[in-house]
Design a protein around this ligand. Structure first.
Ligand code: FO1
Length: 324
């Protein structure tokens, strides 16, 4: 069975690790393959190095090297290099980059500099993290440079800042007036992305941020049409429980685009291709969708086991819809 998922950072990565754990514990599903189309709108160049936060979060989480408490960055990390950069007054210092994490950014930047595409680079990084051996293919949504920038207005005036500055330095406290996917007008899907959607038996949308993660992937020309035309059932998992994001600032992102922070409103962003929607029990009654089947179950990924159960429920719903 071929499963394809569009994913962003921490929530998406934890969900997909749960999905792999779920597949591994069911003999009939153990040989299922998973293709993950990762958001690259969070990517940023720092100290001359290309940093891909969502791809790295997926790599480290699925490869067993993630800092479990943070959900991003490496376990057993140190920050000697960052300390040296700070001592030289190098900016910015608001984005924590550990020594092990720097290894990924150095080698990625070296390979990009040698002319490899982001897809080729990501494939090499995934090899090191053992993803192919677990039946997992990680694809960037596009090989073209795309960056999400955020229009804000504060004491420094009205301007666009990089998404990471808004998300990390500003903690999304300054209202976002608009999200701009800079470079998206020249972007094309990375090799294999459209095929992964068209040939999937199941497509899953993890509980990633619907605006700045999944929303950005959906903005790559051709992706949304492929989902609309896909013969596979598309099942998503609400990133909100009772109107609040489980983590991160999805509510701030939704209000920026004039969408209310409810499981139903988020489903509305996907309604032209969504077949199934998993929501928290308290949200079931409020979610009325014209076409998609709504199922309620606890959605808090409190630990790896819970994530496997939630991912299993999403897959079960997709398989049920396939059988109809
Ligand atoms: N998130 C933070 O809140 N603070 C950080 O200093 C930070 C550093 C960082 C470094 C590498 C990386 O891959 C992710 C990092 N993140 C940090 C998380 C990141 O901002 C978000 O997870 C995603 O970009 C949003 O999904």
């Amino acid at each position: 069975m071929r499963i394809t998922a569009l994913a962003g950072g921490v929530g998406g990565a934890r969900f997909l690790r749960g999905l792999r754990d779920h597949l591994d514990r069911i003999p009939d599903l153990a040989d299922a393959t998973l293709t993950v189309v990762g958001n690259t709108g969070d990517d940023i160049t720092l100290f001359g190095l290309r940093v891909c936060p969502d791809l790295d979060t997926l790599l480290y989480t699925l490869g067993g090297g993630v800092h479990e408490g943070q959900g991003w960055g490496r376990a057993d990390e140190s920050h000697r290099l960052q300390g040296e950069l700070a001592a030289y007054g190098a900016e910015p210092q608001w984005f924590a980059l550990g020594d092990l994490d720097f290894g990924t950014h150095v080698v990625r930047s070296q390979w990009l500099g040698q002319g490899l595409t982001l897809s080729e680079v990501t494939g090499r990084l995934a090899d090191r993290w053992g993803l192919p051996g677990r039946g997992i293919t990680l694809l960037p949504m596009t090989d073209s440079p795309v960056e999400t920038h955020v229009v804000v207005e504060d004491d420094d005036g009205r301007r666009a800042v990089h998404f990471q500055e808004w998300w990390v330095r500003m903690q999304a406290k300054v209202p976002a007036e608009q999200f701009l996917a800079v470079g998206m007008d020249r972007a094309t899907p990375a090799p294999g992305v459209l095929e992964a959607i068209r040939e999937a038996d199941v497509v899953l949308l993890p509980p990633s941020n619907p605006v700045v993660s999944i929303g950005i992937v959906l903005g790559v020309p051709g992706v949304r049409d492929a989902l609309r035309g896909s013969r596979a059932p598309v099942v998503g998992v609400s990133p909100l429980i009772g109107g609040m994001p489980v983590r991160g600032h999805a509510d701030a992102c939704l209000s920026a685009i004039g969408v209310e922070s409810t499981a139903g409103a988020v489903a509305g962003l996907y309604e032209d291709f969504l077949d199934g929607w998993l929501v928290a029990p308290d949200d079931v009654d409020a979610v009325k969708l014209p076409r998609a089947t709504v199922v309620g179950r606890p959605l808090l990924m409190t630990d790896r086991e819970a994530a496997a159960d939630i991912a299993g429920a999403a897959l079960d719903l997709a398989l049920e819809l396939r059988a109809r």
